[in-house]
Design a protein around this ligand. Sequence first.
Ligand code: ADP
Ligand code: F6P
Length: 324
Amino acid sequence: MAKQVKTIGVLTSGGDAPGMNAAIRAIVRTAIHKGLEVKGIMRGYAGLLQEEIVDMNSTSVSDIIHRGGTVLYTARCQEFTTADGQKKGAEICRKHNIDGIVVIGGDGSFRGAGKLSALGINTIGLPGTIDLDIACTDYTIGFDTAVNTAMEAIDKVRDTSTSHERCSIIEVMGRNAGYIALWCGFANGAEDILLPERYDGDEQALINRIIENRKRGKKHHIIINAEGIGHSSSMAKRIEAATGIETRATILGHMQRGGAPTCKDRVYASIMGAKAVELLCEGKSNRVIGYKHGEFVDFDIQEALSMTKDIPEDQFQISKMLVR
Ligand code: ADP
Ligand code: F6P
């Protein structure tokens, strides 16, 4: 028979992402609607181990759906990667009568959730990262906002790049994944898109394209470079030296992680948050919620972590065709 969950906890872990607050709000309100108690665990697994646990009610999550960041704060916690840390975490949950936890974060956070589940605390993971690099899902909380923020910033760089007839390398986040770079490459009409999944390191070919474009009368050359490739500043110096065209590097950085979530991030995060509580109420544990082929679905955590994904090849080919 399904274990009857009475009190649930919620935490955010790893890098923050716009829309996490919408998920927290949905988790708290759905739980209350179902007659459960809810506790907010501050600062991810670090806060769990420090017993930074607060009671939450409906008004604790008022006025947050439109805010970036996470009202529960977030952290990375080395201690929780150890067996002792995980055991301590499960004991603290029991001490606070927490029998279910929703963990909002990325793959690392899901590994931690899997460990808690094995120790008897029912856990559900929600994909929260701007990087879109979680294999079991086509959507992650925060990607839509981050990619729109980056797109708007790149439009601005493009204006000044054109005025000065320069080449610009703009570096976007994504850790080892190129999703933000690919999407911005499309959306900003970039002349070149460098993705860690596909970049062959042929800088001479890049330089040749810049020279060729200039001969064809192009006033700017925008290169979107993914963080996973990096080295934008040194690349800019080499390009300027080789082409004679003034070249600037702009690293967008953490501004991509902040700001008011888009409508999509608010709505999808809310639905995922509500579904996480529904799964806990059904006695489920060790699951991750994802969005696949237009539907919200859930997977076993270990199954989700064993999946892989890559930049869709057809999208990559189209992106290359459109820059010419
Ligand atoms: P993300 O969740 O965004 O992938 P991290 O990889 O930094 O971010 O993981 C967030 C936190 O999850 C880590 O600081 C750690 O506390 C926990 N974590 C990561 N890997 C493990 C693991 N193998 N076992 C237990 N906890 C883990
Ligand atoms: O995972 C989200 C992310 O913003 C990545 O895109 C980036 O590589 C990383 O986090 C940066 O982490 P930090 O905020 O610790 O510098």
